[in-house]
Structure formats: C-alpha cells, structure tokens
Design a protein around this ligand. Structure first.
Ligand code: MFK
Ligand code: FAD
Length: 502
C-alpha cells in the first residue's frame, strides 16, 4: 500500500564534500600529493569503508572463555570487518603518517585530516589507532631501545602483517580520573630485571591489541609499595599466548555491555603475573604516560569534529531529498537555520582541532616557539573537553533533522549519537580536563594563559576592521590585565596566587 518510499541520505566522498577542509589544506599545505591522497581516501571511505563500519556495529565482538574441551582460552572474537579496518589502517598509514615526516611540520595535519575522513565510518577503529599513536609517541619520547624498539617499528609500519595496535590500561575500579590513588596493580621484580604485574584493569578498550602501556606500583623486597602518584611507574607488556593457547598472565573477566562503542571490545582484565618491562623511572608513571594522553585527547577531538561534520553532511543531503509541506526541507528557512547553526559549530570545532594538530606538528619538528609550546599544552585539554560536548549537541540536533528516521537503528544514525556520548568521558572527563587546564596554568605561573590571550589579541588585530569583533577585543584586553595581576602574584607567591591556583 502506498507507492512512496523516501530516498535515503547518501554519503558522498567526505573530502570533496568538505569545502572547509579543502580550503584549510589549500591555504596551509598546498601539497598536491597530500590532497590527491585525501581525495582518493575519501572515495574509499564512502564506497567501501563505511560499509565495513556498519558491519562492525551489527557484528559486535564477543568473548569466548573456553574451548569446546573446557580449556580457558579467553578469545575476543571480532568481525571480519574489524580485522579489515586494522589492515586498512596500516596500508593507509593512519598512524605511520604521523611519524614518517613526509609533510614535515604538516605531517600531523595530514594524518589527522585522514583520520577525520575515516572516523565516522571506521567502526570505532579510531579508538585503537589513537592508543597506538599515543603508545608510539611515548616510546619515541622515552627513547626506543630494547624491548620497545621492535614495538615502535610495528606500531608505525604500513605493512599490515607487521602492524600492531596498543592498549592503554589505566583505569581500575577505584579510580579512572584519580589513577594516582586508584591504582592497586603491583609490579613484582623478577631476577632478569623484568616484572610481573598483578592487578585488575577495569576498562580496557580494543583489548584485541598486541601490546599495552599500563601503570603499576613496584613492590620492594618486603612487598611494600609507595602510595599516590609518586608510587606509579609506566610499564610495557605484550599480549601473547602460551603453547596451549592461553593468554600469558591475563584473564579476560568479561566484556562491558556499553551504551555505544559497541563495535569495539572493552574488557575487564585480571592481570595475574603479566610479564612486563618498566619504561619510566620509578614513580614517574603519570608524567611518562602524559604524552599518550596528549595524543589520544587530540584524536578524540578529531573524532568529535568528524562526527559533527558527518551528521551535517548527511543532513544537508537529506534536505535535498525530503519534502514537507509541499517543498524540500532545503527550502524551509527554519530548517536551513538549524543546519546553519550546526555548520557553524562544526566549523569552529574543525578549526580549533586543526590548529592544535598544527602546533603538535611544529613541536615534533623541533620548530615550535615557546608560544606554540604553551598553546599546545593549554589547548589540548580545552579542545578535547569542548569538542566532546559540542559533538553530543550537534549530533543530537543532526538526528532530529531526519525526523523519526534519525531514531531508527538500521539507518546507522543513532550509533553516531551513542558513540559521541563517550567522547567526554574517556581520556579525561570534562571536569578532570578543566582541572588539567588549571594545572598547566598554575605550573607555568599563568604564562600559558598569557600566551593564549596575547595570541588571540594578535589574531584579532589582524581582523581589526571587523566591528562585530570589538566585544571580543575588549574581553581579551580585560583578561590580559587580570592575568598580569595573577602572574605578578605568582612571581611573588602572594596569597592571591594560591587561591587562584587551588
Ligand atoms: C576516538 C579517539 C578515542 C581515544 C581512545 C580512547 C580509548 C579509551 C582510553 C581511556 O580512557 S584511557 C584512560 C584515560 N584516563 C585519563 O585520561 C585519566 C584522567 N585523569 C587525569 O588526567 C588526571 O589529571 C591525572 C591522572 C593525570 C592526575 O594524575 P596525578 O598523578 O594526580 O597528577 P599530578 O600529580 O598533577 O601530575 C603528575 C605529573 O604528570 C606532573 O608532572 P611533574 O611531576 O613533572 O610535575 C604533571 O605535570 C604531569 N601531567 C599530568 N597531566 C598532564 C601532565 N603532563 C602533561 N600533560 C598532561 N595532561
Ligand atoms: P570517576 O573518576 O569516578 O568520575 C566520576 C565523575 O566525577 C565524573 O563526572 C568526573 O568528571 C567527576 N570527577 C572526578 N574527579 C573530579 C574532581 N577532582 N573534580 C570534579 N569532578 C571530578 N580506561 C582505560 O584506562 N583504558 C581504556 O581503554 C578505557 N576504555 C574505555 C571505554 C569506554 C567505552 C569507557 C566508557 C571508558 C573507558 N575507560 C578506559 C575508562 C575511562 O577513562 C574512565 O571511565 C574515565 O577516565 C573516568 O573515570 P571513572 O569512570 O573512574 O570516573
């Protein structure tokens, strides 16, 4: 009954559809090789990868505890599409391109642009890639020697058969934000200088990884450990199996039943003598894993901007196909205003994210000024916390622009919202990242904020003819004056400084 069937929104090449991305690249890195690679990858995302992403969503990972004969195997069974994502990630250099330096200071912008195209179609494979990138960064910054030299090569290779992913096992039952008090895992020294880890990791995502970085407390000869942050060290462990097929030193307790990110396994792990190597100095675990946090928080922001861009692209397309009250949605001014507001949020997010990627690239090439370094430190938590919240709001609005169909599971749209919701929780919640902003402001005696407002002031000066920016100029001037008081207080350790930094 009824001859009408609504046309679906069509995903077109996300690179060609994204005038802002293309314009940004043209302005900043007009390298033909990068642009043609992104165009070709965009084609692949629309025509091939997006289907795999859907397959990952509908074929959720599952845990097989025992083999048919009762032996404990703890196999996390993932979909063929999830495995294809791993191979594709290596071939396309989704981690490698951040380390190859092909585009010099723009290598990170290029890599993150590619991830931005990939993310909404990736079946959440961006999660292991973020942690893999973070692990490579930590190993590189510590200085890759045995036993992690081989690992660094595998994390950053383009050869699918060599490519490894890494986990990031930090959260325990007592503390995900407060890992300093919450970490109970102990590292027992072995006679050969290695360690065995005993503890329980409460959230471990993409647990089919080949290795992990994790935190634990080294036991002394009496079995005692140091409490708090100063007791935590950073460890490297490989996830491997013995000749009977059992995981060495790990039992997978269960997979989490999650609101979203269902494409990806998130497990609870009992570490029962996991062989590991200490990477950091004793007690420098948190400071040493901070590089991983920086990278994964930037990846998170890229995924947030990408989720917004994807829903806007689909909503715009749908507005050209759906008719209501006698005309297409695109011809209803109110609907267009809704889409325009989403577009503005998406553009703002994209530009902030790309600026942080640009700063990261400059730092990694050794050409960052002190201003760049301050901005990178300050803006990393800011961009993560801000874009995560934006993504939930914009994607939610985006779903509404499809009417009832936005709520229907097999359109693939609801998954976008579910997956956006996690962006503000993992890799540091909004409050914890706000405190991280305060931490870096306090530790630099306010200099990072001063650098930030001076930078914004110089940007505004470049647009001095735009009268609508006058309130912003006034606000920045006010902030700079207040900061001068703050910085002076900090320098003299006046009581006002302690109140502000508390
Ligand atoms: C699509 C993309 C997806 C991404 C994949 C996600 C998969 C999911 C993975 C996870 O969720 S992994 C778990 C992530 N967990 C967190 O993000 C933990 C959140 N909590 C914090 O970030 C806390 O602020 C923190 C654990 C860091 C607090 O620890 P402490 O030990 O109480 O902090 P403290 O004493 O202030 O700092 C210790 C050192 O670390 C200091 O260095 P120094 O000793 O040299 O002074 C700090 O400066 C340094 N530090 C802390 N945060 C830093 C940092 N350095 C640089 N950047 C930071 N953000
Ligand atoms: P809590 O720390 O208990 O926080 C609860 C609330 O209190 C939050 O709203 C928080 O903002 C607030 N809060 C905490 N401290 C403060 C404070 N000082 N001031 C103000 N507010 C505060 N972790 C890993 O290590 N590896 C993984 O692979 C991983 N994968 C994950 C996958 C998923 C799908 C999810 C949901 C989580 C994953 N996590 C992982 C865990 C995640 O990093 C933590 O859940 C997160 O860091 C928060 O920690 P928590 O759950 O202990 O919350």
């Amino acid at each position: 009954i009824g001859a009408f069937f609504q046309e679906r929104p069509v995903l077109k090449n996300p690179f060609l559809e994204d005038a802002l991305l293309r314009g940004y690249l043209k302005r900043h890195m007009p390298d033909k090789a990068a642009v043609s690679d992104l165009r070709a990858f965009g084609e692949r995302v629309a025509n091939e990868v997006d289907g795999w992403g859907r397959e990952c969503e509908v074929t959720a990972p599952r845990l097989v505890h025992f083999d048919p004969w009762g032996r404990r195997v703890d196999h996390i069974v993932t979909s063929p599409a999830w495995k294809r994502m791993k191979d594709l990630s290596a071939q396309e250099g989704l981690v490698a391109s951040g380390y190859e330096g092909t585009f010099w200071e723009w290598s990170r912008v290029y890599q993150m642009s590619k991830l931005y195209l990939f993310s909404p179609s990736s079946g959440l494979y961006t999660c292991p890639l973020a942690m893999t990138d973070g692990a490579a960064k930590v190993i590189q910054s510590i200085g890759a020697s045995w036993p992690v030299k081989e690992a660094l090569g595998r994390l950053t290779t383009r050869q699918p058969e060599r490519f490894w992913t890494s986990g990031q096992w930090m959260t325990e039952r007592q503390g995900g934000s407060d890992v300093a008090s919450g970490t109970e895992t102990v590292a027992v020294p072995q006679t050969d200088g290695s360690f065995k880890l005993h503890g329980f990791k409460w959230f471990t995502s993409a647990t089919d990884a080949d290795m992990t970085l994790t935190l634990a407390r080294v036991q002394d000869g009496t079995g005692a450990t140091t409490p708090g942050s100063r007791g935590l060290s950073l460890f490297y462990a490989e996830v491997s199996r013995d000749e009977d097929g059992r995981l060495k030193g790990i039992e997978v307790q269960r997979l989490k039943d999650k609101l979203g990110t269902r494409q990806m396994p998130t497990a609870e792990l009992l570490l029962d003598g996991l062989p590991a190597h200490r990477l950091s100095e004793e007690g420098r675990g948190v400071a040493s894993i901070a590089n991983m946090l920086t990278i994964t928080r930037i990846h998170n922001s890229v995924s947030a901007a990408a989720a917004m861009r994807r829903v806007v692209q689909l909503a715009r397309d749908y507005a050209t196909r759906r008719t209501a009250f006698g005309k297409l949605l695109k011809d209803h001014p109110l609907h267009i205003q809704t889409l325009a507001r989403m577009e503005v949020e998406t553009r703002g997010a994209f530009l902030l994210v790309m600026d942080v990627c640009r700063l990261l690239g400059r730092e990694e090439c050794g050409i960052a000024t002190q201003l760049d370094t301050h901005l990178l430190r300050l803006l990393t938590p800011v961009v993560k916390l801000y874009t995560a919240k934006q993504a939930v709001a914009v994607v939610s609005e985006g779903l509404e622009s499809f009417g009832g169909q936005g709520y229907i599971e097999d359109t693939g749209l609801p998954g976008l919202l579910r997956d956006a919701q996690v962006l503000s929780i993992w890799e540091g919640t909004t409050n914890v990242l706000s405190l991280d902003v305060l931490r870096c402001v306090a530790r630099s005696s306010g200099m990072v904020l001063h650098a930030y407002f001076s930078h914004v002031k110089s940007l505004l000066a470049g647009a001095s003819g735009v009268s609508s920016l006058a309130p912003a100029v006034k606000a920045v001037d006010g902030a700079l004056s207040e900061l001068e008081v703050f910085v002076r207080g900090a320098a003299t350790k006046a009581p006002g400084y302690m109140e502000l930094a508390a």
